[in-house]
Structure formats: structure tokens, C-alpha cells
Design a protein around this ligand. Structure first.
Ligand SMILES: Nc1ncnc2c1ncn2[C@@H]1O[C@H](COP(=O)(O)OP(=O)(O)OP(=O)(O)O)[C@@H](O)[C@H]1O
Ligand SMILES: [Mg+2]
Length: 316
């Protein structure tokens, strides 16, 4: 097949990372990502008003870095994250992309952030369709069915009913005073703990996910130890937490594989950086696609590769 070169400038501002990536044919020429975590960690969560203001200030600095090093006149198009995300933050990326497109006389394409998480694994794998995708992030826990990489062929089987899985990691880590975002801290502590506490979760027959009862169970357990002034064994709590929180993901993904017989299983989103989850999911299907760690949490490169797949007019 003829290889048509495509160069994309992609912008991601849906939450608390300002990220711009210059991409060409599955390769990243340069990605700049500036995280706001240092600020938001003082509050244990994102402050939307600050996030938008920070994006507005940072994105100009990032563009100047690009302009000083690369000729942006030779890009084919611009892609930006349209939704889902914080409305003010998304708006900064959108206006910026549109203005840049106008100045450079380039087409500007909106991209769905969740599609970005799904196709983050396309950097190191070829996706064969039909596929099932499990998305586990700060705001979403979802199972998708894909017949191709085009939006019309990407269908939601089920998703977040209350707290998303990443949010539960962050809230429990906050209760244990481990740091923000909590996922990597719990991941690290769990490796040294024993899975001896029963935090089991009831399952239902849908593809939806509910973690709020589980979150309350874990936090109540810690509260009761605090009240009784008993030792809080953080490593065992983290190991037991991970032992149970992943079980609905495994059970429901297995069920989707049985029902849809996919040729690929895709994992994506910030929680896909978790070492235990990566191992467990890779056992479910012979063709399991897991993104490189750098493409698990928010980044503009995943938006670029998604735009290549959806707006490049040919397969990669
Ligand atoms: N090793 C890890 N184990 C578990 N969770 C992790 C790990 N690394 C990161 N996370 C979690 O990933 C989440 C951030 O993921 P991501 O950047 O995809 O979320 P988001 O963009 O804010 O949400 P969404 O994509 O739903 O809009 C945080 O909740 C963080 O705790
Ligand atoms: Mg995300």
C-alpha cells in the first residue's frame, strides 16, 4: 500500500495537562506537556477555573517553543480535543486550534478525548477489528465496541455510573495521605502488601461500572481503624484495594470478549498505567493492546494519532 505522509499538530487541554504534539506517520517529532498537578494537589482535586487560566497562559509558551524550532507551515492539519472534559479548559484548546488554523490556513479537526485514549495503543500495535476497548481514567470507566477507527463504528457498551475508577484511586490515596494523583502511589504500595482485607464488589449483568459503594467501604474501613487507634497497614490496604477494584473490569471485559468475539482487546486511560492491571488484562486475549506508559495519561500525541486514523483518509 502507498504510504502517504501526514503531519499533524495536535492540542490536548481537556483536564489538567496542556499538551501539544507534532506528529508524522506514527512518529512524534516533538511533544510538550505541561502538567498542573503541582497546583491542584494542594486541593486534592482539580480547580476548573485555575485549570482554564493555566492552559491559556501555558499554550502560548508551548507554541512559541514549536515556532522557534519547527516550520509549522508544512503541517497537513490541526487536531484538538473537543470533548469530554472541563468546559473552560476544552474551550482554550478549541479557540487556540481554530486561531492557529486560520493563521496557517490549515484544516482543524475536533477529536473525542476517549477515542484518543483508545488509539493511544496504535503507536505500538496494529489494531485488528472488531475490537473491544476498556477505558479506565480519571473521569471514565467504560467498555467500547469498535468495528473500525471511524467514530460511526465506535459504540459504548457500558460505563461509569458514579465514581470513575481513577477518581477512586485518587480519593483513597488522599485518605491515606499518599499524594496526588493517587494511582501511582497505590500501585507502588500494593506491590509490597498482602491481599488480606475483604473489599469485594458485587457484580451485575450490565457493562456499567459503579465504584462509589466500594470507595465508601474502603474509606469506612480506614476511618474505623483511626477511631479505634489501630495500626493502618497502608501496603495491605493498597494490595487488597487493587485485588478487588479490578475484578469488575476483568469480569465484564471477559463477558464482552465472549459476547463479541473481538480480534483485539484494547486498554487505555490513566489507570492503564497500573502494573497489576496491565498484567491481568493482557491474559484475557491473545491480541491485547496496551499503550506505552507515556501515552496512558493525557497527552496530545494520542489526539494526533486518532486524527490520523479518523481524518487521514487511509489506514496506517
Ligand atoms: N499506576 C497507576 N495506577 C492506577 N491509576 C493510575 C496510575 N497512574 C495514573 N493513574 C490514574 O489515572 C488518572 C488520570 O488519568 P487520565 O489522565 O486519563 O484522566 P483524565 O484525563 O483526568 O480523565 P478522562 O480521561 O476520563 O477525562 C488519575 O486518576 C490517576 O490516579
Ligand atoms: Mg484522559
Amino acid at each position: 500500500m502507498e504510504v502517504i505522509k501526514i503531519k499533524i499538530l495536535a492540542i490536548e487541554t481537556s483536564h489538567d495537562d496542556t499538551s501539544v504534539s507534532l506528529y508524522e506517520n506514527k512518529k512524534i517529532i516533538k511533544e510538550y506537556t505541561i502538567s498542573q498537578t503541582k497546583f491542584h494537589k494542594n486541593f486534592g482535586g482539580t480547580i476548573p477555573e485555575y485549570a482554564s487560566r493555566h492552559h491559556a497562559q501555558t499554550i502560548i509558551k508551548i507554541l512559541n517553543n514549536f515556532k522557534n524550532k519547527y516550520d509549522l507551515n508544512d503541517i497537513d492539519h490541526i487536531a484538538f480535543t473537543r470533548k469530554p472534559g472541563l468546559i473552560g479548559s476544552l474551550h482554550v484548546g478549541r479557540i487556540f486550534a481554530k486561531a492557529l488554523g486560520y493563521a496557517l490556513n490549515k484544516k482543524v479537526f475536533p477529536i473525542n478525548h476517549i477515542h484518543g485514549h483508545i488509539f493511544a495503543s496504535a503507536f505500538n500495535h496494529n489494531i485488528i477489528y472488531p475490537a473491544i476497548a476498556l477505558i479506565v481514567s480519571g473521569g471514565h470507566t467504560q467498555i467500547w465496541h469498535l468495528d473500525s477507527h471511524y467514530p460511526k463504528d465506535i459504540k459504548l457498551l457500558g460505563g461509569t455510573k458514579d465514581d470513575a475508577i481513577g477518581e477512586v484511586f485518587d480519593k483513597v490515596a488522599r485518605k491515606l495521605k499518599l499524594g496526588f494523583p493517587g494511582g501511582p502511589f497505590i500501585d507502588g504500595k500494593a506491590k509490597k502488601g498482602e491481599k488480606i482485607i475483604d473489599f469485594s464488589i458485587k457484580n451485575d449483568k450490565t457493562y456499567d461500572f459503579s465504584f462509589s459503594g466500594f470507595k465508601t467501604k474502603v474509606i469506612n474501613y480506614i476511618n474505623s481503624l483511626e477511631q479505634k487507634k489501630e495500626e493502618i497497614h497502608i501496603q495491605n490496604i493498597c494490595a487488597s484495594f487493587q485485588n478487588h477494584i479490578f475484578s469488575p473490569l476483568i469480569i465484564k471485559t471477559k463477558r464482552a470478549i465472549k459476547e463479541y468475539n473481538p480480534k483485539s482487546l484494547i486498554l487505555g486511560g490513566g489507570v492503564s498505567a497500573n502494573s497489576e492491571l496491565r498484567k491481568k488484562i493482557s491474559k484475557l486475549h491473545p491480541n491485547t493492546l496496551i499503550p506505552e506508559i507515556k501515552y496512558t495519561t493525557d497527552n496530545a500525541s494520542m489526539i494526533a494519532i486518532t486524527s490520523h486514523l479518523q481524518n487521514g483518509d487511509y489506514d496506517i
